[in-house]
Design a protein around this ligand. Structure first.
Ligand code: ZN
Length: 372
């Protein structure tokens, strides 16, 4: 839903859109182990200002985890055919890594895998270069994208059972993790609508929960072989119909049963943008570590932070460690967010990501100061 909201907005305006190695010994016992921020990686020309933002805004708020959605905004050497036309260089990334190291911020790159292989009417770089990986090759990209549409096209997916897809995906993961010097990778995997489709000769008729869980395990095992963690969004593991959360924020195509099939060391980023849903308890009771992620409603984010602290306080010792913390998510690009944050662009509503970020970290500061 985070994306569909933006899609709807786009239609009427031009808005585009460790295990914290909880070396928290030095932190108070109840301090949230993950205090995160997630945003699209800046463009090359925006790296300097973003480094300033890390130094002057993230670090003083004790943000300790930064997820940068890179996708193909990097000059991949293993796969130059996947690069965006303008993409970060190795030295750009090294400046981001250095800023995070200096401020003891864990830096995690994200590349959207499985779903989100197209956006609106535009095919993503992976399927553009490798159309054979498309789960729904018969669904053509429309001239003018509208939702809903007859194909049920939200975003394209790659076929998780294509025999050649993981060679490419693993090379992309390895290269981006190496250049980010990281021990974790975020694979996205949210809002997967096309999975186990009748038109796919490999997936047709298979259990969608098993297909989803199989892809999670494949990515997790590859990362684990190099000592790295897998992080994903949590929405495919929630039951949309029974909970009333709908088909973006949760699953309407039965992938939710995968919650009992994926490895327990996958980190769940549980996004809820309009209500402080109590789903972290569900994930933690399933043995999964979870981070609550707000977007643009300061009031919701403040309640979610209070909830997270309360969950940790009232939990059994077994459960407590799974309530990892909070992460602000931003779905515009980094440049637009900084324009808003620094007041160079006016917002139509006080419910915007810049205000949400400020309110969330102000609340986390208060909760920690009060000994929570
Ligand atoms: Zn398939």
């Amino acid at each position: 839903m985070k994306h569909i909201l933006i899609l709807l907005l786009s239609a009427i305006s031009s808005i585009s859109f460790s295990q914290v190695s909880a070396s928290s010994d030095s932190l108070s016992a109840n301090m949230l182990p993950v205090r995160g921020f997630c945003i699209a990686a800046p463009q090359s020309k925006g790296v300097d200002e973003f480094v300033k933002f890390i130094n002057e805004e993230l670090a003083p708020r004790s943000v300790n985890t930064l997820i940068l959605r890179v996708d193909y905004n990097y000059q991949y050497e293993s796969h130059p055919e996947l690069r965006d036309s303008s993409a970060l260089s190795k030295s750009d990334v090294r400046r981001l890594v250095a800023a995070c190291n200096k401020n003891k911020i864990r830096l995690i790159p994200q590349v959207n895998l499985l779903g989100h292989q197209s956006w609106a009417g535009k095919i993503g770089n992976l399927l553009k270069a490798y159309p054979q990986f498309d789960e729904t090759p018969l669904v053509k990209m429309p001239e003018k994208y509208v939702w809903p549409n007859a194909d049920g096209l939200y975003c394209k997916s790659y076929c998780p059972l294509h025999p050649d897809v993981h060679k490419v995906v693993f090379e992309v993961i390895d290269e981006i993790c190496d250049v980010f010097e990281t021990d974790a990778f975020h694979a996205g995997m949210d809002e997967v609508f096309y999975i186990g489709e009748p038109q796919c000769p490999r997936c047709s008729g298979r259990d969608k929960a098993e297909l989803f869980a199989g892809e999670v395990r494949t990515l997790r095992d590859h990362l684990a072989s190099k000592g790295r963690e897998l992080w994903i969004w949590g929405d495919r593991l929630l039951d949309g119909k029974t909970t009333g959360m709908g088909e973006w924020e949760a699953s309407y195509n039965n992938t939710y049963r995968a919650i009992d099939m994926i490895p327990r060391d996958v980190i769940i980023c549980d996004w809820h943008y309009e209500r402080p849903d109590q789903t972290p308890v569900y994930f933690a009771m399933k043995g999964l570590s979870v981070i609550t992620c707000p977007w643009r409603e300061p009031g919701t984010a403040v309640t979610q932070a209070q909830d997270m602290v309360r969950f940790r306080k009232s939990a059994t010792p077994e459960m407590k460690g799974r309530y990892l913390g909070m992460m602000q998510t931003v779905w515009s690009d980094a440049g637009q967010f900084l324009d808003s944050f620094y007041g160079r662009r006016s917002e139509r509503s006080a419910n915007n990501p810049a205000n949400c970020f400020k309110a969330l970290f102000s609340e986390i500061g208060k909760l920690q100061a009060s000994g929570n």
